[in-house]
Design a protein around this ligand. Structure first.
Ligand code: F6P
Length: 549
């Protein structure tokens, strides 16, 4: 590995640098010369129509980017991932979230064992449990029907199910209440439980490791609330009917007091941020039902197969990954905005933040040498049209290049009234208008022609040339959600492969965890913590003083 040339010294890289130095014509010119790019620069996968025509690229740019992907053997690493090789080097693990959505007759081996039957056995166990909760057959300790489901988890054990529950709300059992508690701030659990009846509440403790302090602390407090809070059940046996666990760690689950029969298993080859289509999705499955959950898995699989089989020039995750590299490494873009024009995707970008930034926020290569190039971008964004009245100003007229993804749907959900459905065209008109305004802008001549006074012309001019991708689908269904998530999973994979980083570990979260544990006694007991720096010591002292006043 260390014999491979540094990325930036590869001829394919310097060819891209030279190409960038030559300059790309403005999108206005590119479209004027070649209107056909609107049809040519579109890739279809499953139900997704992905338009990348509004990018600062030509056929030559694409060819050069493809050469970089070939030189860095992106598809070689992809195949190693699908084969179950241990490509998560620092944790010495296979990376097989794709096995979670493999059909029952597929064979995916880890250390010589086909893991697909185990995946389907857990899916069946989840389905059985979800059906029992949904039908009322699974009752609480007092015999009352479960009406509330509270998922306790953090990171991948929260963001996935919470995001997908929001996304698929229109498909959920509306008679049930779902809440997601992640923050160790006690206010999170308080607000999630304050209006619930313990006798009707099921807690799902979701933690791959079952050692994450936030989750274990919240789960412990939830157990106290169940037993001793207002309306508490005052019987330890109640825990068996009101707590289930989703984890890879049966021992810790048992130590916590949850019956191992009530544990839904997954495996160390499922990364936390790739886990919501594993047992971690149990709350979602209860919400939408097993059939819809399986439709979502089918959606993931459509994109898995596309990523695995589509030729490079029509491979959507590859193209999106390479476009990100074009901006991050050759245009100095620091961030990437994801802007869904769907209220239901309100947590989509937050989910992608973990997927992308925990995966590719790295500064050493796979063999430990430092990288000498930019890696993962800052990912951000909120649903349109809200962002338009907040930060779009900066995207349009600020000094930073911010590539953006627009995501929209042709049809609103069925459940809306006719009047609310009619608003959908206005929503989508905004999406299309933003893409147009960002790409083509408004020239000073156009502004002058509107009679704008000369001193205001510069202020009202839009340079344009801001790149966007537009992802369009007929409607937001479970399958389409699976397709979207798999698209981004594989896009992130592509970028990590080109940058030669390990996209599957997350050592960067460890130091803060260790220090928090060390500092806590200073806050609670005023203990002397050896090795605390003077700034933190002063902050702790101020905190303790304020706490007492
Ligand atoms: O933040 C680090 C991390 O390990 C994430 O990767 C993971 O999703 C999250 O913590 C939660 O971990 P667990 O599921 O083990 O509680």
């Amino acid at each position: 590995m260390s014999d491979s040339p540094l990325l930036t010294r590869r001829p394919e890289w310097t060819a891209l640098e030279d190409h960038r130095a030559e300059g790309t014509p403005h999108l206005r010119e590119l479209f004027a010369k070649d209107p056909g790019r609107a049809e040519r620069y579109v890739v279809r996968v499953g139900d997704l129509r992905i338009d990348y025509s509004k990018h600062l690229i030509t056929d030559e740019t694409l060819a050069l980017l493809q050469e970089l992907a070939a030189a860095t053997d992106v598809f070689g690493l992809r195949d190693a991932m699908f084969r179950g090789e241990r490509i998560n080097l620092t944790e010495d693990r296979a990376v097989l979230h794709t096995a979670l959505r493999a059909p029952a007759n597929a064979v995916v081996e880890v250390d010589g064992e086909n893991v697909v039957p185990r995946v389907h056995a857990v899916l069946d166990k989840m389905s059985d449990f979800a059906n029992r909760v949904r039908s009322g057959e699974w009752t609480g300790h007092t015999g009352k029907r479960i009406k509330n489901v509270v998922n306790i988890g953090i990171g991948g054990s929260d963001l996935g199910p919470a995001m997908a529950y929001e996304a698929l709300r229109a498909f959920t059992a509306r008679e049930l209440t779902f809440r997601f508690v992640s923050n160790v701030d006690g206010a999170d659990l308080h607000e999630a439980t304050r209006d619930l009846d313990p006798a009707e509440t099921l807690f799902i403790v979701a933690s791959k490791t079952f050692t994450t302090i936030e989750t274990i602390t919240n789960a412990t407090s939830a157990r106290s609330w169940l037993l001793d809070g207002p309306g508490g059940l005052h019987d330890d046996k109640a825990v068996a009917k009101h707590f289930v666990a989703l984890s890879t760690n049966a021992e810790k689950v048992t130590d916590f007091g949850i019956d191992p029969d009530n544990m839904f298993e997954f495996w160390d080859w499922v990364g936390g941020r790739y886990s919501y289509d594993s047992a971690i999705g149990l709350s979602l499955m209860i919400a939408i039902g097993p059939d819809r959950f399986r439709e979502m898995l089918d959606g993931f699989r459509i994109v898995d197969e596309h990523f695995r089989n589509a030729p490079a020039e029509a491979n959507a995750p590859l193209l999106l990954g390479l476009l990100g590299i074009w901006y991050g490494n050759f245009h100095d873009a620091q961030s990437h905005a994801v802007l869904p024009y769907s209220h239901y995707l309100s947590k989509f970008t937050a989910y992608l933040q973990q997927l992308d930034m925990e995966s590719n926020g790295k500064s050493v290569q796979r063999d430990g040498r430092p990288v000498e190039w930019q890696t993962g971008p800052v990912v951000w964004g909120t649903p349109g049209t809200n962002g338009q009245h907040a930060y779009y100003q900066l995207i349009h007229q600020g000094t930073k290049l911010i590539p953006a993804d627009f995501i929209g749907f042709a049809r609103p959900v069925d459940e809306l009234s006719d009047e609310l459905k009619a608003q959908h065209d206005l929503l989508m008109a905004n999406l299309f208008a933003q893409g147009q305004a960002l790409a083509f802008g408004k020239t000073a001549e156009e502004v002058r022609a509107e009679g704008v006074p000369e001193e205001q012309v510069a202020h009202r001019t839009f340079q344009g040339n801001h790149p966007t991708t537009t992802i369009l689908a007929k409607e937001l269904t479970p399958s389409v959600l699976g397709q979207l998530i798999a698209l981004y999973e594989h896009k992130v994979f592509v970028q990590g492969a080109v940058w030669n980083i390990d996209s599957f570990d997350q050592w960067g979260v460890e130091l803060g965890k260790v220090l928090a544990k060390r500092v806590e006694p200073a806050l609670t007991e005023g203990a002397d913590v050896p090795g605390l720096d003077s700034s933190t010591t002063a902050l702790v002292a101020a905190y303790r003083e304020l706490k007492e006043v």
